[in-house]
Design a protein around this ligand. Sequence first.
Ligand code: FAD
Length: 505
Amino acid sequence: MIKDSGALIQKIVIVGGGTAGWMAAATFARTMGKQVSIQLIESDEIGTVGVGEATIPQIKLFNSLLGVDENDFLKATQGTIKLGIQFNNWGRQGDSYMHAFSGIGIDLGMIDFYQYWLRSIHDGVTSSLWDYSLNTQAAYKNLFAKMERVGETRLPGINYAYHFDASLWAKYLRTYCEHYSVVRIQGKIATTILDPDNGFIESVVLENGDTINGDLFIDCSGFRSLLIEGALKTGYEDWSHWLPCDSAIAVPCASSEILLPYTRATAHSAGWQWRIPLQHRIGNGHVFCSKFMSDDKATQILLDNLDGEALAEPRKLQFVTGKRKKIWNKNCIALGLASGFMEPLESTSIHLIQHALGKLVELFPRKDFAQADADEFNRQLSAEYEHIRDFIILHYHATERTDSEFWNYCRTMEVPASLKRKMNLFRESARLFRDDNELFSEVGWLQVMIGQRIIPKSYHPLADALTAEELKEYLANIKTIVEKAVAVLPTHEAYISKFCAAVKI
Ligand SMILES: Cc1cc2nc3c(=O)[nH]c(=O)nc-3n(C[C@H](O)[C@H](O)[C@H](O)COP(=O)(O)OP(=O)(O)OC[C@H]3O[C@@H](n4cnc5c(N)ncnc54)[C@H](O)[C@@H]3O)c2cc1C
């Protein structure tokens, strides 16, 4: 019999009502709303960061956990479909490739498709890896429909994520939470009270004097990191020597004629520019390194590269890339920007909120807060952050650009040993492995490496089992399957108008 299992958590206090705060509230409401009281404190005066509009396919799991209807959600958030990210000017100026969600080609025997493709390249055949990617071909033609499988073939179907308006998404989740009796408290937190014996958080006190007690505190206060850093002084691992961008200028602009089903990330001389197409506008931003570029210059570059008229004044954001030394410290767990920030380049921040929430539910504590649970949570989260960090660094480091001090720095910087190992292995013999079930699969790494000109010296020896004629036929068949599958797709715009058109504003 289990003895002394510890009292149950009864009160969860969430500090912050941005994407992280409302995602946390919705998750707790859905999974344990009958068991615990959930209070969320947010300050209208401070507001939210107001960016964070591109996602990765894992978000569909989050929505399905909540029981959210996809079309309803896309309508409510002015959402669109995202098939991948187009990277322009990264390997060299003028280069362009897609990091598409979904697999590429059809594996043969025990060997990945790309090994056969590499063999064909070594044999002197010129074809693009992305000719065999259904997502990429659909994206470039601005097409979309749901397609789990391609007929009776083994070609992976279409995989997708969303672009949406961040403030509408927070509102959507807030309405969702109201049905579950989450209590929203509007007010600004002035102080945090700690237990003098163990340093755990006892309560937060608002400027109006109200005190809010809790058992478990979720810090979703954004870059302010009110609890995890302000109160608990947890410390921060600074990764800016690897991810040197520290600023962003954001501005929305009017929509262009064609509704693209992908994010675009265009490299400039000291950073890059995002373009996120929504139904009612395009979200844009220039992420840059202030050591190599002034705010004025960054703003000018952004405004010069918009597809339509700017719809607001450009807004500046500043950050230090890295993560909290402990994301779970005592009775506080940091989510979203309070836990760290790595760059919006691969749209991973919202995923990290979702991932941390999943782990927290798995390791949900009792009131006595077993240290082993917190240690395990921190271990797993650190690993996830570090894998994503390496993947993002790869984009900056695998470049042949020599046209600016920024790119010279990125190209020649020392990278983490874990990334060096991965790059060397691929360069030498084209092997790719997904470490510890990391977020990005082999095909994600493959596209960025090939897209940024890391061409392996050789390929898997078993790919030589086919004769030259068989190889040609195998590749040609897959290309035909992709072309035929793409040919029947409606446009992205037609899909949105039919299933999830938002109210025009
Ligand atoms: C330039 C940039 C681009 C990004 N792009 C993407 C992207 O494309 N995809 C993606 O996944 N992520 C992206 N992100 C990250 C994404 O924006 C965040 O992960 C997400 O919005 C979560 O933010 P948050 O809820 O942690 O913080 P915030 O939105 O800043 O919310 C903080 C909350 O805390 C409250 N608060 C703070 N202090 C107090 C106080 N004293 N009292 C009461 N309340 C308080 C605020 O009122 C607010 O409600 C981007 C981030 C940046 C900086």
